[in-house]
Design a protein around this ligand. Sequence first.
Ligand SMILES: [Zn+2]
Length: 178
Amino acid sequence: MRAGGREDGVVDEVIPSSERVRQAMRAQRTRDTRPETTLRRALHRRGLRYRVHQRPLPDLRRTVDVVFRPARVAVEVRGCFWHACEAHGTWPKANADWWARKLEGNRRRDEALAAALAEASWELVVVWEHDDPESAADLIALTVANRRPVHTSFRSQPPSRTAAHTENACGGLTEVSD
Ligand SMILES: [Zn+2]
């Protein structure tokens, strides 16, 4: 028995029509969306090299759009609708409950991603669909440059007298011990 369905296509919007849901899910899974490819081209023009659609952390069951692994910078390109952008996000009235759960779920996942990356000392750069891709690429280039892993090369050098002498010669900060 069909509850409240009508033959003219106007259905009581209790359960999302499966076709609409299928389309929505498909749209969400679509990779290489236009804002994303535009951003990637802008990054590439700046001489940046990156990986796409990779898990930044092995334990994280989620990929991000652009990954700069040595610098530990992750870039997410977010659509205004799917990620409930504060400026352009809309909360559909039809199937409101279903959409609210869906969009809230996306938002929670985004927050969980940000928390996991922060925990692992990664930098997350969120680029919205409405952002200017060139400005976003500039910001990302700067972020990556600032996070180039210089520390590891310092750390890998054992502290030695030679190193201390070198630093002294350069006027560096060397602790003097007896
Ligand atoms: Zn927006």
